[in-house]
Design a protein around this ligand. Structure first.
Ligand code: AMP
Length: 193
């Protein structure tokens, strides 16, 4: 089972992706977590990505693809993945498809989108900011990340809708209800129904 999560920052991607990974016995891969890990290590990729992450801009495709693609291919060989935060642009989607699309076990089963209004996204990110665990949850960066999402990532939804892969769920419902809605939608996909 191979699932992508495409949603705005603050929509609950990470929480829901890890629940989906557990239910379907697949690996949860989060591009943001992989990048933050490289930043913490101070690796070459981490140093190259740092200023983009801090500003809330997208990291250049080449760096992200290097971090994500091999891991996704390996996970797919072991039964699948929930990929959270990648792709973020149409170009990333097309490049990933060109590099892997021919291999049957890498075929996508669903692309999950959590719908959350901007006011609510902002409220959630500000709450996370006061918990203080992310460099890019500072107030000035939050609006920029939402803007980047609208301009660069949102158009991906159309791309996947056209391919019949998009599953949209109301991400403003209580967190356990969102999970249940996702299970209801994706259990059918898994059983081929
Ligand atoms: P996230 O944890 O998914 O909100 O990602 C945090 C930050 O990591 C983003 O604001 C970007 O700077 C960077 N990032 C994560 N995934 C990608 C991606 N697929 N392409 C480019 N940058 C990314």
């Amino acid at each position: 089972m191979n699932i992508l999560m495409v949603a705005a920052p603050g929509a609950g991607k990470g929480t829901q992706a890890s629940r989906l990974a557990e239910r379907y016995g697949v690996e949860h891969l989060a591009s943001g977590d992989l990048l933050r890990h490289e930043l913490a290590l101070g690796s070459a990729i981490g140093r190259a990505a740092a200023s983009y992450v801090e500003r809330g801009d997208l990291v250049p495709d080449e760096l992200v693809m290097r971090l994500v693609l091999d891991r996704a291919v390996t996970a797919a060989g072991r039964g699948g993945y929930v990929l959270d935060g990648f792709p973020r642009t149409r170009q990333q989607a097309e490049e990933a498809y060109a590099m892997t699309g021919q291999q049957e076990h890498l075929t996508l089963d669903a692309v999950v989108h959590l719908e959350v209004a901007h006011d609510e996204l902002r409220r959630r990110m500000l709450a996370r900011a006061s918990a203080g665990d992310r460099i890019d949850d500072r107030h000035a960066v939050i609006d920029h990340r939402l803007d980047v999402y609208d301009r660069q990532t949102q158009p991906l939804l159309e791309y996947y809708r056209d391919r019949g892969l998009l599953v949209c769920v109301d991400g403003e419902r209580p967190v356990d209800e969102v999970t249940q809605l996702l299970f209801d939608a994706l259990d059918g996909v898994r059983s081929g129904g």
